[in-house]
Ligand binder design. Structure first.
Ligand SMILES: Cc1cc2nc3c(=O)[nH]c(=O)nc-3n(C[C@H](O)[C@H](O)[C@H](O)COP(=O)(O)OP(=O)(O)OC[C@H]3O[C@@H](n4cnc5c(N)ncnc54)[C@H](O)[C@@H]3O)c2cc1C
Length: 520
């Protein structure tokens, strides 16, 4: 790296790379300790024309929206490439496959973000802490994480209710700001299942309302999967804006970080423009793919390959044998996951399986038409879509495949997948259990139509530099420092020792906050 780089920066300043959930969590903890923080971020923003379209919707009550406004807002998401997620009609928050991956590797569903707020601009906002049984072999206990879950609940709105799930997740009160009212289908489903609570417990199944990072004031307009016009679904940009008001915090967006190095006195961060910035410590929060790219390009450690652990997912369609109390496709409605299921004993280990149930959304009729439109009348498929629910099933990474990442000469990543043999069987077992439970609620699961996600497509992926109490050269210590380094801390999902089936981001944020609270 020597020679080429033009160096700026201040000693005595911690550098945080990235403004996604892990970046804002570590910055919050560092600032609370009175440290000075400079956040370096690619920081792409929603383009002006898309902001305008979103703001027009937000000026009116959902029932006053013109059908043409709705169609224009939704159209870009409907016509995106498979697996490419758009919100607010824009690609600003998800990097195209070719920007990150070199040709010749295995296809994977995971993508990077170079936006302010990272992938939290796109996410499903489902929030749960990790269960003790899922992280019992981590060097960080659930007790050590508990205060940091609570700190994150101070900066992220959490909507939830007090139900059977609370018992499984004692480390943080997920009732937070109260519950966003469930959809009409979710309400019926939860009511029907509540009659079978004891039976479900005997089956090792716990069901409850989804816990979501959504603010009160939700208008229930049904636009969740296209981008909330009012910004009620949490993105870490909201925390970033608050950080910008905090003394000691500076934000610099623009060129990508290409590599980092550590010296005796501090760290240097090398930007793609050739400039380098120095600081006392660096906290790498660029998301697992960009973090891999930076680590593989940095001279320390001589990393040749990093191996990501995946939480494999699958989609299970289901049909209600009943009609909901009112039409599910008319507002008020929301389209984020509505119901969580925690399953024990479907896999031969102590790891739990997590599932999220989506009730009606506007993709269903389109998907049915695309798959069966040649054989069945459109009106019938439209009617069927009002009875369709989908469960997204997640496995622990112990039962999922691995994604090996190496760096090509031109600086992109080459992905190679090694699937786990048991994954399809474990997904099948989980789907059978869900089918059994759902039949009690008058719902038929179409287990023959289960669709397993591509590797990485759950976006619950990490563990490429797992924390360990005695790290080897492919691991980090419990403060996320790659073996042998003192001032470089990786704080995103890369350092999780494994990926529990329950949602990933709350634990990523809590762990980043923990590292920010303890780093020397
Ligand atoms: C469609 C979808 C749905 C999801 N749903 C859920 C869910 O319901 N629940 C859940 O828990 N998780 C969910 N996730 C996963 C969740 O979004 C991620 O876990 C989370 O965003 C990771 O946060 P992060 O800060 O580590 O990284 P990111 O969110 O990826 O943020 C990376 C940050 O680093 C910056 N950056 C990247 N590269 C560079 C570089 N080279 N130089 C400088 N800055 C850089 C970016 O600008 C960005 O600010 C979902 C993800 C997707 C895509």
């Amino acid at each position: 790296m020597a020679g080429f780089w033009f160096c700026t920066g201040v000693r005595g300043v911690d550098l945080v790379l990235g403004s996604g959930p892990s970046g804002v969590a570590v910055a919050t903890a560092l600032l609370a300790r009175g440290r000075a923080v400079t956040m370096l971020d690619c920081g792409a923003r929603l383009p002006h024309n898309a902001t305008h379209q979103r703001d027009v919707l937000a000026q009116y009550a959902p029932l006053d929206w013109e059908p043409s406004w709705i169609a224009a807002y939704q159209k870009p998401q409907f016509f995106g490439a498979a697996g490419h997620v758009r919100r607010f009609g824009s690609d600003f928050a998800m990097e195209p496959e070719k920007a990150t991956f070199s040709e010749g590797g295995d296809p994977i569903g995971l993508r990077a973000s170079r936006a302010a707020g990272g992938l939290s601009n796109l996410w499903g906002a489902a929030m749960l802490p990790s269960r003790h049984s899922d992280i019992s072999d981590w060097p960080i206990s659930s007790v050590a994480l508990a205060p940091h879950y609570r700190s994150i609940s101070d900066i992220v709105p959490m909507s939830g209710t007090s139900d059977a799930l609370a018992r499984l997740f004692p480390s943080v009160d997920m009732t937070g700001i109260g519950q966003i009212p469930p959809t009409t289908q979710a309400e019926t489903l939860l009511r029907r299942l509540s009659r079978h609570r004891d039976w479900m417990e005997r089956q090792g199944t716990t069901v409850g309302a989804a816990r979501q990072a959504v603010e009160t004031g939700c208008q229930r307009c049904g636009m969740c999967l296209h981008g909330c016009p009012w910004g009620h679904i949490y993105t870490s940009c909201q925390t970033l804006e608050r950080l910008k008001q905090t003394p000691g915090f500076a934000y610099r967006s623009g060129p990508a970080v290409a590599a980092i190095s550590e010296t005796l006195q501090g760290v240097n961060v090398f930007l793609s423009t050739g400039e380098s910035i120095s600081g006392t410590r660096v906290f790498v929060a660029t998301g697992v793919l960009e973090t891999a790219r930076i680590i593989l390009a940095s001279e320390f450690g001589n990393f040749r390959e990093l191996t990501l652990k995946d939480s494999q997912n699958a989609f299970l369609p289901m049909l209600t044998r009943w009609r909901a109390d009112r039409r599910p496709d008319h507002p008020p409605c929301t389209t984020l996951p509505q119901v969580f299921l925690e399953l024990e004993g479907t896999v031969p280990s102590k790891r739990s399986v997590h599932a999220q149930i989506y009730t009606w959304n506007e993709f269903y009729a389109r998907d049915l038409t695309a798959n069966y439109g040649a054989y069945l009348p459109a009106a019938f498929l439209q009617h069927l879509s009002l009875r369709l629910l989908v469960a997204q099933i997640f496995l622990h990474s112990d039962h999922s495949g691995r994604i090996h990442l190496s760096r090509t000469r031109e600086g992109r990543l080459l992905a190679r997948v090694s699937p786990a043999k048991e994954t399809p069987f474990f997904l099948k077992s989980a789907a059978s259990r869900i089918a059994k439970v759902m039949s009690k609620a008058g719902i038929s699961a179409l287990t023959f139509a289960r669709r397993d996600g591509a590797p990485g497509s759950s976006f619950h992926v990490g563990g490429s530099l797992p924390m360990d109490t005695s790290p080897n050269h492919q691991q980090t210590d419990t403060l996320g420092r790659p073996h042998g380094l003192e001032r470089v801390h990786v704080v995103d999902a890369s350092v999780l020792p494994s990926i529990p089936a329950t949602t990933i981001t709350l634990t990523v944020m809590a762990n980043a906050h923990r590292i920010g609270s303890l780093a020397p």
